[in-house]
Design a protein around this ligand. Structure first.
Ligand SMILES: [Zn+2]
Length: 148
């Protein structure tokens, strides 16, 4: 089981590196060639670009990344992990797909220089992480994003 999980994670990194490379040389649509392997998650990522934000939250030398969508916020480790149900069930548990669409959105936004960096105080940093883990959303993060 441990071996299988490690393989799945290599698959995630491999797929997201391919997408990153395709973005360097081509148009956004050029990454759709990976959509079959990702069972629709690449197209979904392109569809969500306009209504989502990738936030790099920084606090005293610590930092975390979040996908902020219209209805949910997910904690992500770039090219490696996402806290969403799709990643936990279909990537880690079932090994059906290499990535969820949130990690693809992160790669695209990074390539386009559109990641939003927020420097926050420690109480905000910890509150946001707590809200995302408990509620898959964060009122605090949304408030800070509006002010930024
Ligand atoms: Zn996800």
């Amino acid at each position: 089981m441990v071996g299988k999980m490690r393989l799945v994670r290599e698959d995630t990194l491999y797929m997201l590196n391919l997408i990153e490379d395709a973005l360097k040389g081509g148009s956004l649509e050029s990454i759709l060639k990976y959509d079959t392997k990702a069972k629709g998650r690449v197209r979904k990522a392109l569809d969500m670009l306009g209504s989502s934000t990738i936030v790099h939250l920084v606090c005293n030398g610590r930092s975390s990344w979040f996908y902020v969508g219209p209805h949910s916020v997910h904690y992500i480790i770039p090219k490696t992990y996402c806290s969403c149900i799709d990643f936990n069930i279909n990537v880690i548990f079932r090994g059906r797909i290499p990535t969820c669409y949130h990690l693809v959105v992160h790669v695209i936004n990074t390539a386009l220089g559109r990641v939003k960096t927020l420097n926050v105080k420690i109480n905000d940093y910890e509150k946001i992480l707590e809200e995302v883990i408990k509620e898959e959303d964060s009122r605090r993060l949304r408030v800070l994003l509006v002010k930024a």
